[in-house]
Design a protein around this ligand. Structure first.
Ligand SMILES: CC(C)(COP(=O)(O)OP(=O)(O)OC[C@H]1O[C@@H](n2cnc3c(N)ncnc32)[C@H](O)[C@@H]1OP(=O)(O)O)[C@@H](O)C(=O)NCCC(=O)NCCS
Length: 349
């Protein structure tokens, strides 16, 4: 995880989903938060009670600092405003220590129950935690009687990992708690579009030797854009899968796969590139395996083709991944490099 606890200028972002704007909570949210928390029915499975305006003000002031008073935990709190009504309909919370494990909490106004509000808001928050803060696991502590919350955890891809007997005593009874958890896969492929042009450009710029090998220059300001838009003849953008390669949440590489080129059951890997500081550590193999799995299962192809330029010495890598040279070749003209492009392919059984 990025070391956010030592950063003084950490800015919690505003997040958006189709129905909600997730606003980082500040002091001025106090009245709306007080109203949201005023429903006693919402507190059935939590020890707290509805709060006064002063308590809401004190909480919002504390949350606006984004850190626990001892500075050991990042406290992120969002007020979810429904776009259609401009009303605050939920409160979402994520606490993070330096072990990169996030604990999430949530409360949705009763009038907004059963509409998928918590799922929608928390999915956006979990994506933010995973992709931006490089969190490795999200957890939620849930009262064992709270069935709606169990269902929500399942929708968020969480599984029950622990039962804590007699975890708490409140409102005249002891309560057991389930711990739900979702561990994020170390190696993930994230399909991106033109909105990620800056990210893709930054990855390409972190691998200057590749560009030097195939083009003869070390950077090209339009490469990110070209990677996201360039298509072989006769193909359309929906056949193009630009994938950011994420290792424990961090963007470490990019790949470009064209589905159904040059024929419907073939996928063409236009590029697979890792940042130079992430090469030669086994990640190439792991990401390639993920890409192959995606091509086989999701893109429904049984053959993969790619081309390698002689001036970029990576044929041994592709051979290790099971590719062979087909014997087809054509001239390659980079910015200042003239070389030969060779086709390699692999049949998937
Ligand atoms: C090609 C690339 C994706 C490989 O990723 P990587 O993380 O360096 O590869 P790995 O560490 O997983 O290597 C897997 C195996 O291939 C071998 N290998 C990797 N690159 C190699 C190379 N250039 N020459 C010879 N062997 C190579 C490794 O030694 C390893 O072998 P082993 O499993 O027997 O130990 C990466 O080097 C890269 O991004 N290069 C720049 C972009 C590029 O050239 N892409 C290919 C365009 S066709």
């Amino acid at each position: 995880m990025k070391n956010l606890l030592t950063q003084d200028n950490f800015e919690q972002p505003l997040l958006e989903t189709s129905r909600l704007t997730l606003e980082p909570i500040v002091e001025s949210h106090a009245e709306e938060i007080c109203e949201l928390f005023s429903d006693p029915k919402l507190h059935e499975f939590v020890p707290q009670e509805p709060i006064s305006l002063e308590t809401a003000e004190a909480r919002c002031t504390r949350w606006a600092k984004r850190k626990s008073p001892d500075g050991k935990e990042l406290w992120l709190n969002w007020a979810a405003r429904e776009k259609a009504t401009s009303r605050i309909v939920a409160h979402f919370q994520a606490g993070l220590k330096d072990d990169a494990i996030a604990t999430i909490g949530y409360m949705v106004a009763r009038a907004s129950h059963n509409k998928g509000i918590a799922t929608e808001g928390l999915r956006a928050i979990i994506d933010y935690l995973k992709y931006n803060l490089e969190v490795i696991e999200a957890r939620a502590w849930v009262d064992s009687r709270n069935i709606a919350s169990h269902r929500l955890a399942a929708k968020l891809g969480m599984v029950q990992v622990e039962l804590i007997k007699d975890a708490d005593f409140f409102k005249g009874a002891t309560s057991d708690e389930f711990v739900f958890s979702r561990k994020f896969e170390a190696y993930e492929l994230q399909r991106v579009d033109l909105t990620s042009v800056a990210l893709v450009q930054s990855i390409l710029e972190a691998a200057p030797q590749y560009l030097l090998n195939v083009d003869g220059v070390t950077s090209n300001p339009n490469d990110g854009h070209d990677t996201l838009t360039a298509l072989p003849p006769g193909c359309s953008l929906d056949q193009k899968h630009v994938l950011v390669l994420r290792l424990n949440g961090a963007a470490v590489g990019v790949a470009d796969v064209i589905q159904g080129y040059p024929d419907p059951t073939t996928a063409f890997i236009g590029l697979m590139l890792l940042r130079e500081d992430r090469q030669k550590g086994g990640s190439g193999r792991m990401f390639y395996q993920k890409i192959e799995e995606k091509i086989r299962r999701e893109l429904d192809c049984n053959r993969i083709r790619l081309s390698v330029v002689d001036s970029n010495p990576v044929i041994p890598f592709w051979e290790k991944m099971g590719f062979t040279l087909t014997g087809e070749s054509s001239p390659h003209q980079g910015k200042t490099i003239v070389s030969t492009k060779r086709i390699m392919e692999k049949r998937l059984s």
